[in-house]
Design a protein. Structure first.
Lengths: 118, 139
């Protein structure tokens, strides 16, 4: 029987400087370290245009928000930026809105518009 | 005795199953999916705070989680014997631009508890400190 994973992170690269991380499942206190590790590795690889695709993310807690915040400033210091797209879970939308994330990160409806925004 | 009563060690490994149990309980009590998820988030934030700040990530700590439906009110109590948490100055909406500039990863947890639950108190009883969170069923 296939094991159901709590969190899955996929990575797709476009050109020399864009990377799309697809987040699936729950970004919580247990899974956030895996996400943070992947983002840190990406900084060292020099991919500056980062898209976090969240259409299959169904849960996020403050530790996930903290990972994104920490990574955002570091990416901008390297001359890059982050976009978030595909958020469709109402509670996740509420969490981003209530904590003020749209003030500091561009949100896009889908991957296409997020890619075009760079 | 509470309807739901769990005792875990102070490890993040145990947080997801506890959160899942609380969400199931909230759904069984009659909360809709979205509200049950908000309760789950609040409980995770309380547990994460206890593990990180009260037990300072020491795994030998004990955490008790109790949940009860009293009338139309769900009460969740997360108790621990670590350092008491000081709430003063932590309840304002996070200044996200400042957090970003300072690369601060924290500051959202208590705010989310307050936002997603109808009532939130910290207290202590005998040797236990606790987070008490309440949410009403809405017709």
């Amino acid at each position: 029987m296939k094991e159901k994973r709590l969190f899955h992170l996929s990575k797709e690269e476009f050109g020399s400087d864009m990377v799309i991380f697809g987040l699936e499942g729950a970004l919580n206190v247990q899974t956030a370290p895996e996400f943070e590790e992947a983002l840190k590795k990406n900084i060292s690889e020099g991919k500056k245009k980062v898209i976090l695709e969240m259409s299959h993310l169904n849960y996020i807690s403050s530790i996930g928000l903290g990972v994104i915040i920490g990574y955002l400033e570091e990416t901008r210091e390297q001359g890059g930026d982050i976009r978030i797209c595909g958020v469709n879970d109402p509670v996740i939308q509420d969490i981003f809105e209530t904590t003020g994330f749209p003030k500091i990160i561009q949100f896009h409806k889908d991957l296409g518009t997020a890619r075009l925004s760079f | 005795m509470a309807d739901l009563s769990l005792r875990i060690g102070s490890e993040t490994l145990f947080v997801p199953p506890v959160v899942a149990a609380l969400k199931s309980y909230a759904l069984r009590c009659g909360f809709v999916e979205e509200e049950a998820t908000k309760i789950a988030v609040a409980v995770e934030e309380a547990l994460a705070n206890v593990i990180k700040h009260s037990y300072e990530s020491r795994k030998e700590g004990v955490i008790l989680i109790e949940a009860d439906l009293k009338g139309d009110e769900l009460c969740v109590r997360v108790s621990h014997q670590g350092k008491p948490f000081v709430l003063e100055g932590k309840r304002a909406a996070p200044d996200i631009e400042k957090l970003e500039k300072e690369r601060k990863k924290g500051g959202f947890g208590l705010y989310l508890i307050e936002k997603f639950m109808d009532e939130f108190h910290l207290g202590h009883e005998k040797e236990w400190h606790y987070y008490l969170m309440k949410k009403h069923l809405r017709p």
